[in-house]
Write a protein that binds this ligand. Structure first.
Ligand code: IMP
Ligand code: MG
Length: 173
């Protein structure tokens, strides 16, 4: 395992993202929608730095397996608890890789008529993109390597690491 982004750098970057979001929404109420489970750690830290009034909700999705995943079909395992109509929504995700998950989720959320819909990701692997996704707030761009920690898992493990690391020998995708 090799550290890619140290704990201090993540903390610092989250403060900057939160300052940007707080200023963009300028006192308006924001609804953070986290994608389970990977976004939990990032979202918990992000929400505590926000200055605007905000509520949180979660969705869980799963892909149907590789062949279908590559066609962009994602299944909603857990939907939001409340309507998002007329709300300022920020979709929070751990990482944007091919973009299929975020593209699908943005489509679903947009159809529910939020006042605004923004996307915030901790990590972005631009070289892997299959579908363009507009990401409004990005923590870090990273190379095409499989990463773990700070919410990201390999076979459900390593989510609790306070930093982001590259998992060497395994975790190929
Ligand atoms: P996308 O639909 O290909 O953009 O997939 C995004 C999802 O794939 C993320 O929410 C992660 O669950 C998973 N993923 C992509 N890259 C990594 C990685 O390097 N480490 C851990 N999970 C990853
Ligand atoms: Mg995920």
């Amino acid at each position: 395992m090799r550290t890619l982004i140290e704990e201090g750098r993540i903390k610092e970057r989250i403060k900057q993202l939160a300052a940007q979001i707080s200023s963009d929404f300028d006192g308006h109420e924001v609804l953070l929608v986290g994608v389970l489970k990977g976004a939990v750690v990032f979202m918990a830290d992000l929400v505590r730095e926000l200055k605007c009034p905000c509520t949180i909700d979660f969705m869980a999705v799963s892909s149907y397996g590789m062949s279908t995943h590559s066609s962009g079909v994602v299944r909603i395992i857990k939907d939001l608890d409340h309507s998002i109509e007329g709300k300022h929504v920020i979709l929070v995700e751990d990482i944007v890789d091919t973009g299929l998950t975020l593209d699908y989720l943005c489509g679903v959320l947009r159809s529910r008529k939020p006042a605004t819909l923004k996307v915030c990701v901790l990590l972005d692997k631009p070289s892997r993109r299959k579908i363009p996704v507009k990401v409004d707030y990005t923590g870090f761009q990273i190379p095409d390597e499989f990463v773990i920690g700070y919410g990201l898992d390999y076979q459900e493990l390593y989510r609790q690491l306070p930093y982001v690391a590259v998992l060497e020998n395994g975790g190929s995708h």
